[in-house]
Write a new protein. Structure first.
Length: 89
């Protein structure tokens, strides 16, 4: 299940749904009158900052998840090395 978001202009909710859908509505509202605009994550209630500069394609490209290229070598397993000594301290 993907996260849902809500966008508000003043006290009015202008969009609800996936981030791309909400970003489209927020961009059009921002371009129309530049009113104070807030976007919230519905899961935890935190405010989400959207960079609404440029065309809608630019806005959507900035919110798209960045794919991490696979790293070389062995995966990190969360084990930390510790110094082991057999001599008394």
């Amino acid at each position: 299940m993907s996260a849902t978001y809500s966008a508000f202009v003043g006290h009015d909710q202008i969009a609800h749904g996936e981030l791309a859908e909400v970003a489209r509505a927020a961009k059009s509202a921002w371009d129309a009158d530049r009113s104070p605009l807030l976007v919230f994550n519905d899961d935890d209630g935190r405010q989400v900052e959207l960079d609404l500069r440029g065309q809608i394609e630019n806005v959507l490209a900035r919110i798209a998840p960045k794919a991490q290229p696979p790293q070389r070598g062995r995966p990190k397993l969360g084990v930390t090395a510790r110094e082991v000594t057999l001599l008394p301290t």
